[in-house]
Write a protein of this length. Sequence first.
Length: 256
Amino acid sequence: MNKLYLLIQLTLTIQLTYSQTKLCILGTLHNETSKINSQSIYQAINNFKPDIILYEADTVLDIRNNLKGLDAIEFKSIHNYLKLNPKTQILPYDWTGKQKFREKNNYWARIDSMNSLLNIYFSTGHADKLSVTMLEAFSDLSSIENELHKEDIETINKPSARKLVELKSKWEYKKLIDMAVSNDTLKKIVPIMQMAQDYWEIRNKEMAQNILMVIKQYPNKRILVQTGNAHKFFIYNELENKQINNNYDIIEYWEE
């Protein structure tokens, strides 16, 4: 009886493994570097061999047939992959409300005004010591991230790289807000910083939700998500704890 039970459990486990959706979140860069270009991204895609590719856009793009106006190296890599794998489906997954959010909140103009005030404050020599220290810490993290972007596609997708980008993001969207809240000169830009934080969190959560919808709509497929590397940790964190209930497994492109 026990042997029969174990045999049934083993059979079910094997069936579950081979009928499970495989999800690859491929962090990329939008611009070419010495080690990351459309060919290296293509090779990563080809290694994973997806049934479905999700690309970072909030509307349907004709990547399959026409790259006019689509200069990002990710789109070029998808286009090249589809030439040899025409049955592969491609879908957008970005937040459809991002443009409306920017327009409603006068996003870019307010970001520019915030950066201008920060530059003036820290260049005059009147900034308090704590604020200078916090800004220097953020600057150091940004420099490390810039160095990371000089590496190859596999390196920027390692768990250690994901953690680094997450730490830098926490400083950018949380620690610097704490700095501004406690500073009489910088308090005036706190609403702008909070707006930027809201935009970042809403967009990433919507991205993750849209990916999950595709997973549910297309079960037992190999799905590759192409995303700017700054988004990868957030999407990964949002989807990691939903794997069991939704029968998918997050893997890297070099894993089986």
